[in-house]
Design a protein around this ligand. Structure first.
Ligand code: ASP
Length: 287
């Protein structure tokens, strides 16, 4: 059993996930409920309720979930649902589709008995108003993005992954990043392993980051080697890579994990039978 997730807010999320897998619950339940904890926390300003809005002052959320067997569900540009990860799971389990966006996703939520909620907190509104005065768009800022991605393996050896975010703060209205895109922000293949990405979504989408990591593992790389290879591939493909952050996590079917980022500062939370800890990821050297 193991759970790995992104950033320091991954630690409390992992603890929720761990309670589930430690009691022989499924990895799928663990990742859903783990990241729900983060979605509900208004102090986390880049995920769920309390997330910072786009440049028009509207919070839009993206999420996806994937199981051991390749089933997946995703929602994007959702304005009024507090737990997009649960909605993504409903898309996976209760529709014939993989992805629903915007108003259609919210209508589907209502049909599932999930109420619409207003997501912009007073704190997020105040920050947005301050930003509007200056109209600064900074892509590299610890405060203005970061997604929770979680990968877990349960006591039966099954894998699952989840990703949920409010995306990059002050983004263009309508912008969707990598986090709800299967193969970019998250990918799980029960015969190989799982991977997820955080950071500048546009860069991850351009190289199908999570899918690539799983394919590297399929071809013999360890989880750690695969994360490093993906970061190097990104840097090779995108010449401006040193100007932004991207972090990858991976987990193989034997329970080996990996984490690696472009720049210093990426942290991941790790939970094993030995306990929970927050770790600093290794990163690519600047050229
Ligand atoms: N990947 C997210 C996005 O581009 C942001 C992040 O994880 O930092 O929306």
């Amino acid at each position: 059993m193991i759970a790995i997730s992104t950033w320091n807010f991954g630690l409390p999320a992992n603890k929720v996930a761990w309670e589930i897998i430690a009691q022989n619950g499924t990895a799928l339940d663990a990742v859903e409920h783990g990241v729900r904890h983060c979605e509900a926390d208004p102090e986390v300003r880049s995920v769920g309720y309390g997330g910072l809005p786009d440049k028009s002052g509207i919070v839009t959320l993206d999420a996806c979930i994937m199981d051991h067997y390749g089933n997946c569900g995703s929602v994007a540009y959702v304005k009024d649902i507090k737990h997009p990860i649960t909605l993504a799971r409903r898309v996976m389990e209760r529709t014939n589709h993989v992805m629903l966006v915007g108003e259609g996703a919210s209508q589907f939520a209502e049909s599932q008995g999930i109420n619409r909620e207003f997501l912009l907190t007073d704190d997020a509104r105040t920050r947005w108003k301050q930003w509007k005065k200056k109209q600064e768009f900074s892509e590299i800022n610890w405060e203005n993005h970061d997604t929770i991605c979680m990968l877990a393996m349960d006591s039966t050896g099954l894998l699952a992954g989840a990703s949920t975010t409010s995306g990059i703060a002050w983004k263009m209205h309508g912008r969707v990043g990598d986090s709800p895109i299967i193969g970019a922000g998250l990918y799980v293949d029960g015969s190989v392993g799982a991977a997820a990405a955080t950071g500048r979504g546009e860069s991850v989408m351009k190289m199908c980051g999570s899918f690539l990591i799983v394919e590297y593992m399929r071809n013999g790389a360890t989880a750690q080697q695969a994360c490093i290879m993906a970061a190097k591939r990104l840097a090779q493909q995108q010449k401006d890579w040193s100007e932004y952050q991207v972090g990858f996590i991976a987990l193989d079917i034997h329970g080996n994990y990996g984490a690696f980022s472009l720049k210093d500062g990426f942290q991941y939370a790790l939970s094993t039978p030995e306990g929970h800890k927050l770790c600093d990821a290794q990163y690519l050297e600047t050229p």
